[in-house]
Write a protein that binds this ligand. Sequence first.
Ligand SMILES: [Zn+2]
Length: 349
Amino acid sequence: MKIKNALLLTLFTVFNVTGQKTPETPVNIILMIGDGMGLSQITAGMYSNGNKTALEEFEYIGLSKTHSSENLVTDSAASGTAFACGKKTMNGVLGMDINNNKLSSILEICKSRGYLTGLISTSSIVHATPASFYANVRSRHQYEDIALQLSENNIDYFIGGGEKHFKKRNDKYFIRNKIITLNAAYGSKLYSNKLGFFFNNEMDDFLYDGRKPQLDEALLATLDKFDQREKPFFIMVEGSQIDWGGHANEIDYITSEFKDFDGAISVAVNYVNANPNTLLIVTADHETGGLAITFGKTKAYTFKSDFNTGGHSATMVPVFSYGTCAKKFSGIYENTAIFDKMLETVERK
Ligand SMILES: [Zn+2]
């Protein structure tokens, strides 16, 4: 009798009164990570942009504790693993826990549930933050192993730098059969189930010097590709070089990279407005540089800034959320909770 009731309940949930099937629509997730983007970086970027940022649109704001398993000051590998896989690990480790167990990432979990998956980064695609979503290695510097693991992963679409790790390898293995490199315009109507696009032909990381903002175009192209296929998706977008500006203690580098990232945030906000069944999260893996704004004038929003370190700092970082299930992300929590909350969203809990 109990079983019969459970069955009836299931039938009622799956069918509405007209008898049409109404499965719960899976939620799209766009996770945006500003590497090294603490509150001071956001503030500096905002004032440099005439006191405006797309982050002002967001409904819910939280704070995340960024420490790794052993260190209060994390690196991008441990913090990437925390978001991607939900476990604290040692600095330098990707996709593995403190006991060397391989972890499944939210991207892989989404993939197993029929999602399309994409990674976009303004650094090499084998760099720590994007790699934490598909690689399982003891050291973030095992670039050739990481490239091989990307080629073996079922990621549908990626855009980033680092082509050399796929072509000019010490093991002479040329990774091409599983990844199609598309050195064509983003808007190309070329259609494939698996696409990789490298930002540059120079095969190096895509450096800041005088480059135009590109993250917005890259995200638009990815959303366009995924919309054509009419499936739910998970996309991770990294504004990688906000961190590099912090390491270099160069405020102009930080603000120009923030502006690029902010443009992509606008694209994502517009997408959520048009497609409400989407969760958008914008956060950072850690702060870089110990940046502070120490003086400034409201006229033209000019300011002076100072750095405390050429490395990362342990300050908590903000988490901005928008769209479906955004409310889950208010409060103060460990960075691993970002994984937990995304998983809850995917599982519709
Ligand atoms: Zn860094």
